[in-house]
Write a protein that binds this ligand. Structure first.
Ligand SMILES: CC(C)(COP(=O)(O)OP(=O)(O)OC[C@H]1O[C@@H](n2cnc3c(N)ncnc32)[C@H](O)[C@@H]1OP(=O)(O)O)[C@@H](O)C(=O)NCCC(=O)NCCS
Length: 185
């Protein structure tokens, strides 16, 4: 594989980035119809966006990933968890370790800003990729639970249920006793 630099995306990366994600993950309608400019960010805080690109020495895009605090964004629950919403590597670059490097980079940046859990949804076809990175993966349709109650239902722990054709992947990030997400056995 050529020399690769992984860095936060710039506005000038967005046309190639959105084309790569639209091709690699055409089923993500909401992701693909929302402007990527809203997701720019270097993950400088647990409630910031992290939008990374991997580029070769000529600046050509080889891969990208986007993580954010989706539970806070969507439910206002102030928990330091990052959802890895998207990861995509260009077809000609797959199988050479770039996807793993992107996951490692997200985990490193997550640790640096006090994120306590990294999680996301994937189709069963990709389970092996996340398992290979050492993440825990559920069966399709399974739940993640936590030791935090949502603000609109404070008497019960927050539970996230995967659609029947999707699996959760999750890993602890860091070692401090912050709220975490768990697999429900
Ligand atoms: C999933 C994806 C990001 C993996 O990127 P990649 O650069 O090919 O992954 P890597 O080369 O780092 O692979 C790391 C390991 O995972 C394995 N792996 C990769 N994709 C896999 C898959 N779909 N199923 C099972 N194992 C997989 C590799 O064989 C490798 O194992 P090894 O270390 O034993 O050789 C890439 O295939 C892709 O962009 N797919 C389309 C988009 C997508 O499905 N994204 C995920 C859902 S958001």
């Amino acid at each position: 594989m050529p020399t690769v630099t992984i860095r936060p995306a710039l506005p000038s990366d967005l046309p190639d980035l959105s084309a790569l994600v639209a091709t690699a993950l055409p089923e993500l309608k909401l992701v693909n119809t929302t402007p990527w400019s809203r997701r720019l960010g270097s993950g400088e805080h647990w409630d910031s966006n992290l939008l990374l690109v991997a580029v070769d020495q000529q600046g050509s895009l080889l891969g990208t990933c986007w993580a954010d605090s989706a539970i806070y964004r969507d439910y206002g629950c102030p928990v330091p968890w990052w959802c890895l919403n998207v990861i995509a590597v260009s077809p000609v670059t797959r199988g050479q370790g770039l996807g793993s490097r992107l996951v490692d980079e997200v985990i490193e940046r997550a640790q640096a800003v006090g994120v306590s859990s990294l999680y996301g949804l994937c189709v069963p076809d990709v389970v092996g990729f996340y398992a290979r990175q050492g993440l825990s993966v559920t069966a399709p349709g399974a739940r993640l639970t936590s030791d935090v109650a949502p603000t609109d239902a404070p008497d019960q722990p927050l539970e996230l249920t995967a659609p029947e054709d999707h699996c959760w992947f999750v890993t602890d990030v860091g070692t401090t006793p912050l709220p975490r997400l768990y697999l429900t056995s």
